[in-house]
Ligand binder design. Structure first.
Ligand code: COA
Length: 329
């Protein structure tokens, strides 16, 4: 009989490339200024890969750290779920490359696509698989090399994104710690506000399509901003309701790090204190699916959260998709 009532995070890790692209560097690439980027987004710098770096390499680094942190070996991992929209190739799943790199020989491996919401989508899935007794140890990774999809001639978007990966290992909980709730939402009617039109079957890569830059990311920033604040505030409240908790109970809210003004507007809507708010967008930019696991690992290792802490997780991304969750460490 399966008597697992919840899963918990056993370990975490993160990895970002060494190379840093500052706002001053961007001033040399597009018509922008450090002042504009900082004022409109809160971003000072972002980590970026050397062109051609596989996402699986970043993700494998983060995964090794998370598995070691959990006190496990790669062979103990039963399933690898990678959230990404910038995998190594269209197929096979980049999770399979991670599996090979870390030697997780006993694991099933697949990718999840929900853009910036991807990590929480993958986390809910992994939590369900553990609670049903299907798997014992799940490696959940959020990784992105968005600089591979950015149009470096579009100042509206190219200043916002960075690269990186974060990972957690989930296993059955035998104490109070665990994933207390998760909540996912989507609305495909807004799919044309943030998307990558090329590379899929509608616009396969042709010389014409590539010269029209269809393989790069498109975004209506102002509209995305507006929806993000409303959807994230609702997602956090719904996740709290499902955990029978209130905003005041949370020690920290780790929201998707896309823009400091979005984080601040969310904080206002939820009446978060400064101590409850986590910000690292200034140093990483928007790393999409990697944003929450990178921030989570950083907050843990910096001592912002520790055993017993109640943490809210909330995100929003292309689709539109959104998600919330509450965990006890
Ligand atoms: N440098 C200088 N000027 C820029 C610029 C840049 N990098 N990017 C845009 N501008 C200009 C615009 O061209 C516009 O000029 P105009 O008024 O002459 O047309 C002006 O700045 C204002 O642009 P606007 O888009 O209204 O700015 P904004 O305050 O909405 O900020 C974003 C733009 C993209 C930073 C903001 O909308 C945002 O963060 N949106 C959400 C993005 C996001 O989170 N995406 C991922 C979600 S998962």
């Amino acid at each position: 009989m399966n008597d697992i009532t919840r899963s918990k995070i056993l370990g975490s890790g993160r990895y970002v490339p060494e190379r840093i692209l500052t706002n001053a560097d961007l001033e040399k690439i597009v018509d922008t200024t450090d002042e504009w980027i900082l004022e409109r987004s809160g971003i000072r710098e972002r980590h970026i890969v050397e062109p051609g770096t596989p996402l699986s390499h970043l993700a494998a680094e983060a995964s090794r750290i998370a598995i070691q942190d959990a006190g496990l070996k790669s062979e103990d991992i039963d399933v690898i779920i990678l959230a990404t929209v910038t995998g190594d190739m269209k197929f096979p799943a980049t999770a399979c490359f991670i599996q090979r790199l870390i030697g997780a020989d006993n694991a099933a491996a697949f990718d999840v696509s929900a853009a910036c919401s991807g990590f929480l989508y993958a986390l809910q899935l992994a939590d369900s698989l553990i609670r049903t007794g299907t798997y014992r140890h799940a490696l959940v990774v959020g990784g992105e090399i968005l600089t591979s999809m950015v149009n470096w001639e579009d100042r509206n978007t190219c200043v916002l994104f960075g690269d990186g990966a974060g990972a957690v290992v989930l296993g059955p909980s035998t104490d109070e710690a665990g994933i207390l709730s998760t909540f996912l939402g989507s609305d495909g009617t807004y799919s044309d506000l943030l998307y990558n039109p090329g590379c899929g079957c509608i616009n396969p890569p042709t010389v014409e399509n590539v010269s029209e830059k269809l393989h790069t990311l498109r975004m209506e920033g102002r509209e995305v901003f507006r929806h993000a604040v409303v959807a994230m505030s609702r997602a956090m409240k719904e996740a709290l309701k499902r955990a029978d908790l209130a905003v005041k109970d949370l020690d920290l809210v780790i929201s998707h790090q896309a823009n400091l003004r979005i984080i601040e507007a969310l904080g206002k809507r939820l009446s978060l204190t400064e101590a409850q708010t986590y910000v690292n967008v200034d140093r990483y930019g928007n790393t999409s699916a990697a944003s929450i696991p990178i921030a989570f690992d950083e907050a843990r290792r910096d001592g912002r959260i520790g055993p017993g802490s109640l943490v809210g997780l909330v995100t929003f991304g292309a689709g539109f998709t959104w998600a919330g969750g509450v965990i006890r460490l």
